[in-house]
Design a protein around this ligand. Structure first.
Ligand SMILES: NC(=O)c1ccc[n+]([C@@H]2O[C@H](COP(=O)([O-])OP(=O)(O)OC[C@H]3O[C@@H](n4cnc5c(N)ncnc54)[C@H](O)[C@@H]3O)[C@@H](O)[C@H]2O)c1
Length: 433
């Protein structure tokens, strides 16, 4: 198949690379000239495990190309995946202006039959507007369109694995005129057992927002329980373990900590609340989920304050800048908020992250970026663990103790063993334990 992917960011680049990897011919389109130039020069602008290798192979084998010109992709391909960003506007609703721009351009240049697939996370009823825009701006008589929704569930950090071995594939359609089948199902033998759910457009659009809102709810729920655990001498990690053994609950996403960030959960939760309001439905449970999550940053900074007494003038090593491990993505990362608060209070911040330093340097002034975790810990009055990178799980406690001015660790991801730390003379504070 010839597939066009518009918007080659975290989702689009993985989509383009994986579709090419399984044998399709793919054109990746992006209006960011610098990004396209870097890709054409063989540089991968984001960090995602194995992505560089998969792209290099597909490009070398002539199955993956990149362009700024949407017309090149649209004219040569029958299937067009829209993967542009849908960032939050001021009040949390999704900004769909990039989606509209792309759809208008497709309508202007398309000829023949095209299947337009929305993969970006969009509010319910976007499919209706995509279809309408194609009809309104299309060249009369020269093109015919089908519109489908195919929400993406990949997780940054394991995006290729998730894309090629998904736990479900959801397709939303009103009516398909041509004959199409799912490329993943066709090409990946393992995908044979993957549930393939076909719904109408509205249901597919809701599935994505509802899924992310549910995951966010699990995280805020366990953070609420963590607060109670601290008051009564319980350990939230053990509580989560006990709860998670019930298959109706499950252990995933019951990790107490500094809260969720990234380009999906916070914005999708907000957008879903706004969608509810627009349709006269008060999704009040989700408003509370959001409030609890925002509070976690204060809870974390408060833990530092309780132990440091005065934050002004203290040196704090922040370990982790990306919103989760195995990615360089710092969008809506809790680390940025924590650092902002610490700097505002007059702390000196030394930061280290295995992959996100380059991106963080663009947005964080007044932070000392360090070469490794021990460099960040050198002379620090406290260490704040914000991202659960494996590298931080393997820190050598005796080196940590020797490097720090005061061996105090506030562990926002509960990745270290409290007993071990304390037995080695390190003051340790986690969340809910
Ligand atoms: N990041 C994730 O983990 C994830 C997972 C599932 C779904 N999603 C959803 O997928 C969508 C994309 O997310 P992302 O993280 O890849 O965002 P991103 O910002 O990394 O990528 C978006 C890309 O679209 C390009 N773009 C914007 N307007 C364009 C236009 N008019 N023409 C061509 N290209 C254009 C941008 O230059 C950028 O490269 C969002 O709706 C997001 O909610 C993201």
């Amino acid at each position: 198949m010839e597939v066009c992917v518009v918007g080659v960011g975290y989702v689009g680049l993985v989509t383009a690379a994986c579709f090419a990897h399984i044998g399709n011919t793919v054109v990746g389109v992006d209006d960011d000239r610098e990004k396209v130039q870097r890709l054409l020069q063989g540089e991968v602008p984001i960090y995602e495990p194995f992505l560089d290798q998969v792209i290099a192979q597909a490009v070398n084998e002539g199955r993956l190309t990149f362009t700024e010109k949407i017309e090149d992709g649209v004219r040569s391909c029958q299937i067009i995946f829209i993967c542009v960003g849908t960032p939050p506007l001021e009040h949390g609703e999704a900004d769909l202006s990039s989606v509209e721009t792309v759809v208008q351009r497709i309508a202007e240049v398309a000829e023949g039959h095209k299947l337009i697939v929305e993969k970006s996370t969009v509010p319910v009823q976007t499919g209706f507007w995509v279809d309408r825009t194609l009809q309104l701006y299309g060249q009369k008589g020269t093109a015919e369109y089908d519109v489908a929704s195919n929400p993406e569930f990949l997780r940054e950090g394991s995006a290729l694995e998730d894309f090629l071995h998904p736990d479900r594939i959801v397709i939303g359609v009103e009516m398909i005129r041509g004959t199409f089948s799912c490329p993943i199902h066709q090409k990946c033998p393992q995908a044979g057992n993957v549930p393939f759910l076909v719904t109408n457009m509205a249901s597919a659009e809701i599935i994505k927002h509802a899924s992310n809102s549910f995951l966010a709810t699990k995280i805020s729920f366990i953070n609420l329980i963590a607060a109670l655990c601290e008051k009564v001498g319980a350990d939230v990690s053990r509580v989560a373990e006990g709860m998670g053994l019930d298959p109706r609950i499950g252990r995933a996403f019951l990790n107490a900590g500094i809260g969720f960030g990234g380009f999906c959960l916070p914005k999708d939760l907000q957008a879903f609340v706004r969608i509810g309001e627009k349709h006269g439905c008060d999704l009040r449970l989700l408003k509370e989920v959001e409030r609890i999550n925002e509070d976690q940053i204060n809870v974390f900074v408060e833990k530092l304050r309780e132990r440091l007494w005065i934050i002004r003038g203290k040196t704090i090593a922040v370990l982790g800048l990306s919103f989760k491990p195995n990615t360089d993505d710092i969008r809506f990362s809790p680390a940025l908020e924590v650092i902002g608060k610490l700097l505002k209070e007059g702390a000196t911040v030394k930061a280290y992250d295995p992959k996100a330093m380059a991106k963080a340097q663009h947005v964080l002034a007044s932070v000392e970026f360090c070469n490794d975790p021990y460099d960040a810990l050198d002379g620090a009055d406290a260490a704040a663990i914000v991202t659960e990178w494996d590298e931080f799980k393997r820190l050598d406690p005796s080196r940590v103790k020797q490097k720090m001015r005061r061996p105090l660790i506030v562990d926002g991801r509960n990745i270290l063993d409290p007993e071990e730390m304390r037995s080695l003379g390190i003051e340790y504070c986690g969340i809910g334990r």
